[in-house]
Design a protein. Structure first.
Length: 472
């Protein structure tokens, strides 16, 4: 079984969120059972020297609208299964999809070109693939090109990591990417309110569509969660399946994480406290005996940052510490920048910092995830692996991976335990936080639950089998 796994970001080379984590950890797990090639753009931000990425000797041209686009294929020196594509339009930017001025205006061309290049690379290098696994809108056009231009025999599996991001562009994209107006610009395919929608085309032209949790697979077929594609998904639901994401247990491992102050595992759980003590000292926060809450994530409405902002004036008076790390929409960045330093028990950092995020996971007692919707979510799984409890909204993958501590006495290691609340309102969110504080006061119960979470298996062991079955 040979599989080509295409993604616009892969950890550790380039990461903006969970897609990069999954695009590293799923292929890595599958490699024990199949031959898996990964392919991503060789962005300027990828450190070629650090990861020994070098020119592999193959270049080819893609002509679009009379313009020649040269693609150079790179790979790792010691691993020919990890491929990187270089083209100046695709790669020579300060960000992957946007910079401080907003989305790049030529993203349709950039990721259309990337999609062509994925197929061309597979053919030029004679990779002999049985299946191509594409991810999110950035690679969704591979399905359309495979079926309407290249007539490939390979099966196409398309995973939707977040339906809120669809790749919607002007309809001139059809000509720009030399697609067929007659075939593709139809209401059930690429066309979307007289524009084009890459994700929609991916759903139509793929052989199988997966999303990252069983609950989200159901939710996106409804108006509340479908982001206007619910009808497309209902029509195509015969090929839709929800497979819960796993976590890269080699990357997120408190026993071997080199970013954290003190390594530990479930048996040596008490050592975890050293991480918290050092972090609080560095951040100028007081009281290691108080529960430490953290938030790590993108500052978008999806992640419930409105509730976080609204709650700060209440949390400042509670006997807790709260550390926030995130970045995202300009509007929210600005609000958090202004709030930083305002409250003595709340520390705010606006930015993206992998190393610091690990220290927060290793130090915290509770992680807040007040998401409005959550396709799968990895933060809650990381938190549990690092011996803490997530406080989550009852939605999407959070539903499938966390049970409320008052609803279970089942410590049989299957599902993680945290605090779960149902309604996206400040009342229920604050209620969940006060529940967490009272749980923390019962130290022996809290520690029992934290250790339980460390022993829960959220690795790819089970889910990668599902993907393998699907490829077959
Ligand atoms: P998303 O919707 O952003 O993909 P996930 O929960 O699936 O959310 O994955 C988020 C990943 O990105 C996790 O590995 C998380 O630790 C990481 N992350 C999010 N924001 C930051 C940040 N500001 N700094 C460092 N890591 C972050």
């Amino acid at each position: 079984m040979n599989v080509l796994f295409a993604s616009s970001e892969i950890f550790p080379y380039a990461k903006s969120g969970g897609l990069a984590d999954v695009a590293y950890s799923l292929p890595e797990d599958l490699r024990t059972k199949a031959t898996v090639y990964t392919i991503m753009p060789l962005y300027k931000i990828v450190n070629r020297d650090k990861y020994s990425i070098e020119y592999q000797g193959t270049s080819f041209d893609i002509w679009l609208g009379g313009v020649r686009h040269q693609i150079d294929v790179f790979s790792k020196k010691d691993n020919k299964f990890e491929l990187f594509l270089y083209n100046p339009i695709l790669c020579d930017r300060d960000g992957m999809y946007h910079d401080s001025f907003g989305d790049f205006g030529d993203n349709a061309l950039r990721f259309g070109l990337f999609s062509y290049a994925i197929i061309e690379t597979m053919l030029q290098l004679k990779l002999n693939c049985d299946a191509i696994h594409i991810n999110d809108w950035q690679t969704a056009l591979v399905a359309l090109l495979a079926k309407t231009k290249y007539f490939l025999t390979q099966k196409i599996i398309f995973t939707i990591h977040n339906i809120a991001y669809q790749g919607i562009f002007d309809k001139t994209t059809v000509s720009e990417l030399e697609l067929s107006w007659n075939e593709c610009f139809k209401n059930d395919r690429l066309e979307y309110f007289d524009s084009v929608n890459f994700l929609k085309a991916g759903i139509f032209y793929s052989d199988k569509v997966t999303t990252v949790s069983p609950s989200y697979a159901k939710e996106i077929q409804t108006t509340a969660f479908g982001h206007t594609l619910e009808d497309t998904l209902v029509v195509n639901n015969y090929k839709l399946e929800g497979i819960l994401n796993g976590l890269g247990y080699d990357v997120f491992d408190p026993q071997n994480d080199t970013y954290i102050t003190q390594n530990y595992d479930a048996k040596s759980y008490e050592l975890k406290a050293k991480n918290k003590v050092k972090l609080l000292k560095e951040l100028g926060l007081e009281g290691a005996e108080k529960p430490l809450f953290v938030f790590i994530g993108r500052f978008t409405e999806q992640k419930g940052v409105n509730l976080i902002i609204e709650s700060l004036h209440l949390l400042k008076d509670l006997d807790i510490n709260f550390v926030i790390l995130g970045s995202g929409e300009k509007y929210y960045n600005h609000i958090f920048e202004n709030l930083a330093g305002k409250y003595s028990n709340i520390h705010i950092t606006v930015g993206f910092d992998e190393a610091y995020s690990r220290r927060l996971y290793a130090s915290c007692d509770f992680l807040l995830m007040p998401s409005k919707f959550e396709p799968c979510g990895l933060n809650q799984m990381i938190t549990m692996r690092y011996g803490a409890l997530p406080i989550v909204a009852y939605t999407g993958g959070l539903k499938d991976s966390v049970i409320d501590f008052t609803h279970t006495d089942d410590y049989s290691k299957k599902v993680g335990i945290g605090v779960v609340y149902k309604e996206h309102t400040i009342f229920w969110y604050m209620y969940a936080i006060t529940k967490a504080i009272s749980l923390y006061a019962n130290k022996s119960r809290f520690v029992k639950l934290a250790k339980h979470n460390m022993n829960v298996d959220n690795s790819w062991k089970n889910s990668s089998k599902e993907y393998l079955k699907l490829y077959r």
